[in-house]
Each structure stands twice: as C-alpha cells, then as structure tokens.
Write a protein that binds this ligand. Structure first.
Ligand code: ADP
Length: 480
C-alpha cells in the first residue's frame, strides 16, 4: 500500500477493544473494508483502562503536549485489529484518558479537548517516528470535533479533515473557558464564538464549521438534517446553516450508509447463539434458538417481538410502551434489552410488571443481544430519529424482521413489505397497526418465509460504502 491514500480515523471507541454502541462497530469495520480496496486506513482512540484491563498492547513511544499551562505526557501504544490487521493506535494519559465515563459535563468536555489536542500532535509524531503521514484525518462525532480547528490554528498542519456525524444530538457543549486549556489567543477563540451564547463552545459545531468536508451515516439523515422539517430549535442548526448558506459543493453534507461486519454478525458462524443457521435452514435454526431463548427468559412459545438498544429518548421507548398497552389483546411476547436512562428503565419495568409476556433486561450484554437477534421473529425499532442504525441490519441477517420508524437510515435500509415494515415515527397507533399487520404476515407462512429470506439475503456489507468513502477521500486529496 505504498502509494495509497493514507487515512487516520479518529474516534473514541472501536470494536473489539471498546464499544459503547454502533459507532464502535463502524470504527471496527470500516478500516478493514477500506484496506481491502488498497486504502491505508489506521485508527486512533483513547487508551481507556477498560482496554488496558483486557489487552496488552505494544508500547510505541511518547510525546508531550502543553495543556492547561503545563506539560502533559502522552504514551503511544498500538495493536492490530484481529481480522484485517488494521493498525490501531491508543493514546494514554493517566489524568485525562483513563475512563470514558468521567463524572461531570465539564470534565467530559475537557477530556475530549485534551484528546483532540493530543491527536493533532500525534500526527506530527507518527510522521516522524513511523514515516507515515496521513493524507486525510477522518474525525467521528463531537469527541473529535475540535481537531480541524486545532490542526489549522495550533499545530499548523494543512491536512484535509472529514467530519462524520454519527449522531447530531450529542454535541459537546460547555463553557468557552475550556479554550484557556489550549492557550488559544483572543483572536483565535474569536473563530469559535458562534453559539447562541458567546460564553459557550459547541465542539461538534466547530467541527461542522472547520472540517474540510462533512458527512453523515445515511443519505436520508443527510437530507433530514438540512431540511426545513427538522426541529430547528436546536443550536446545532446555526452551524449547519453556515455550511449550507455557502452553497458550494464541498459544503454539502454527504450521506454514506453504514454497513455491518459479517465476521461478527452472521448466524452461520456465531459462537454466542444457541444454534447456528443459514438461509437454507433458518426455519429449524430460528425455532431452536427461539425455544432456548424463551425458556431462558421464562416465556411461552408465541410470536416474539424484541427491542435492543440504548435507553435514550432518541430510541422512542415511550412509543413502544404505548404500543404494548394497545396490543395486550394479542398473544405475543415482547423482549426488551437495553440500558441507559434510568427514568426510561423505570417505565419499562412498570409495563413488564403489568404484563408477564413482556420481559426486560437492563444490562449491556453482547451475548444476550446475539441470542435475541437469533431467537426473535420481529424487532421493533421505534426511533424518533436514527442517523443510520445497525440493529435493523443485524436483525435482518438473523432472519428477524424489523418494524421500524420511517426515518434516517432505517428508511434507507428497509424496503417496506419486502424485508421489513416501516411506520410513521412517533405514532404508537401506527406501530400497533403495523405489529398487527406483521402478525398476519407471520401467520401466512409462505409470505413470511419470503420476507425472512429476502431480509437474510439483503447485503449490508461494508464493501459498497467503503468505495464511496474512498471516492470522497480521493476528491479531498485532489482538491487540497
Ligand atoms: P446507537 O449507535 O445509536 O446506539 P445502533 O443501532 O447504530 O445504535 O447500534 C447499536 C449497537 O449496540 C448494536 O451493535 C447493538 O447490538 C448494540 N447494543 C445496544 N444496546 C445493547 C445492549 N444492551 N446489549 C448489547 N448490545 C447492545
């Protein structure tokens, strides 16, 4: 890969080392797909203690940065990802980069301001020590949003930057005073005073302004976030508008659909499920998985609907709860797996107490998630918005039909009536009706079989999207 594009992908999580949600899956799989098409992609993430406790990584060296008027040491470690040997770098700092879950908003902002500064310096370090100079820095989500500005103004590097938004609603908002930590001069911070409150910094917003290109994770979400229909009260839209108003092709937010990694998500090779199966023997395979899953949860053998995901407002659990109340006349099971907001968890618990056919597990469990994908008939995804969503793609591979809100990446990956069902977002009555319709399809074995097989055969591998990223990187390099 001597003369190939060199891409440094920056994020705060990567499968298998550290995963919080879909972003970890994406950062694990995208570089592998890129390397298959001759793009020299490498990844950099913080070296959290959770990673240290599980992996023994190779020490590569160290460098220093100036942060909060003192010198801080950054250790550089590395590993190869298990499948395609993507080099992954880990930045260590005992004060700022040990835990993802630092307490307090201020500390969290500080943590990622620190990480972004460290990454900017790492780029110089890796060019010097590993003779590897990235052609593009590919930033992901708010945690990496200050990198474009720091590169331009503090480290004085012209390397083009791509910012990919995986979720617009997490922005990294905090006091502008965090910039003192970077020792940014008045005229430099002037660039940043774009929030409603001049005392506030919005890190994702700064990324939106300063990145060379901006992308997001599905074509429909890319349209939704610039459309007039979206809820525009959120401060982030003032940043989006600034890009839009320039009306230049490079300012356009491009949407590239995520894929999933079939090395991890494939019922034929999945070690975590009760019985392996493929598209030729799914009927018996799913039946066996379902039986074991239901037995382990103390449920009877009935059509089974599930939910897997973070307990967050975005995921529309309020809509699901209302719909469950509307479907109490049906003879079905509902299994809910998720963790997060404790208020949402409490309302789920209430509905689970009310109906014995509703089972809720408030844990983060890879194993249970795999078993649920394999053993359910349908998965309900009632998201209020969904930039891409991987859950529907995973479920389809396991022959579990999605019933999802017509929004974002759900709309881009599900063909209504073919490999899944879509309903109007936020509407519990519509969800109830779609569940009833899905149940009728399930009873008509031929129709159901056709849908399951179509879902299992739908291709969500990264291959197509990796080509689109490569094209975008190349365009950026050509213009730089
Ligand atoms: P998001 O990134 O918004 O959380 P996605 O649909 O993109 O949603 O990805 C969610 C990923 O996290 C999937 O791989 C899913 O299996 C996993 N996941 C979510 N909640 C849990 C949980 N409680 N236990 C295990 N895996 C989970």
């Amino acid at each position: 890969m001597n003369n190939s594009l060199k891409i440094l992908i920056v994020a705060n999580e990567i499968v298998p080392f550290y995963k919080r949600g879909g972003l970890g899956d994406v950062i694990g799989a995208l570089p592998e797909a890129l390397r298959k098409i001759e793009v020299d992609a490498r990844v950099i993430v913080p070296y959290y203690n959770d990673i240290k406790n599980k992996y023994h990584l190779k020490e590569e060296g160290e460098f220093e940065i100036d942060f909060d008027s003192r010198k801080d040491r950054i250790g550089v470690y590395s590993a190869l990802s298990p499948q395609a040997e993507t080099p992954v770098y880990f930045l260590e700092n005992k004060q700022h980069l040990c835990f993802y879950n630092v307490r307090g908003k201020k500390k969290k902002i500080e943590q990622f301001v620190f990480f972004d500064l460290a990454v900017a310096h790492f780029i110089k370090w890796v060019s010097e020590h590993h003779k590897w100079s990235p052609s593009i820095i590919h930033c992901n989500d708010w945690h990496t949003g200050l990198i474009p500005l720091i590169l331009k103004q503090k480290v004085k590097l012209e390397t083009p930057t791509l910012l990919t938004i995986h979720n617009l609603m997490y922005q990294g908002r905090g006091s502008l005073r965090v910039l003192d930590l970077l020792d940014m001069k008045d005229e430099e911070t002037e660039e940043l005073k774009r929030g409603k409150l001049v005392t506030e910094i919005n890190i994702l917003g700064e990324g939106l302004i300063h990145a060379t290109r901006v992308s997001t994770v599905s074509p429909t979400y890319a349209k939704e976030i610039v459309s007039k229909d979206d809820d525009r009260r959120n401060i982030i839209y003032s940043f989006i508008r600034r890009r839009e108003e320039k009306k230049l092709p490079d300012e356009e937010i491009i949407g590239i659909l995520n894929g999933i990694d079939y090395n991890i998500w494939s019922p034929v090779a999945d070690e975590l499920i009760f019985h392996k199966f493929n598209v030729d023997n799914w009927e018996v395979g799913k039946e066996d998985n379902k039986e074991d899953l239901l037995r382990s949860l103390g449920l009877q053998n009935k059509p089974t609907f599930c939910f897997v995901g973070r307990m967050a407002i975005q995921k529309g659990l309020d809509v699901l709860i209302k719909a469950i109340n509307h479907i109490s006349h049906l003879d079905v099971n509902v299994i809910i797996l998720g963790s997060g907001d404790t208020r949402i968890e409490s309302s789920i618990l209430e509905i689970a107490k009310k109906f014995p056919w509703v089972k809720a597990e408030f844990v983060y469990s890879e194993e249970l998630a795999h078993k649920i994908y394999a053993g359910s008939d349908f998965i309900i995804i009632p998201s209020r918005y969904e930039p891409c969503g991987l859950i529907q793609m995973i479920a389809m591979k396991y022959g579990t039909i999605p019933i999802a809100s017509r929004t974002g990446g759900l709309q881009d990956s599900i063909e209504h009536g073919e490999n899944g069902f879509l309903f109007e977002k936020g509407r519990s009555i519509r969800l109830k009706k779609t569940i009833e319709h899905a149940l009728n399809v399930w009873k008509n074995k031929e129709q159901y079989k056709k849908m399951v097989e179509k879902a299992m055969k739908t291709d969500f591998s990264w291959d197509k999207s990796a080509v689109l990223y490569k094209k975008l990187y190349q365009e950026m390099v050509d213009k730089s």
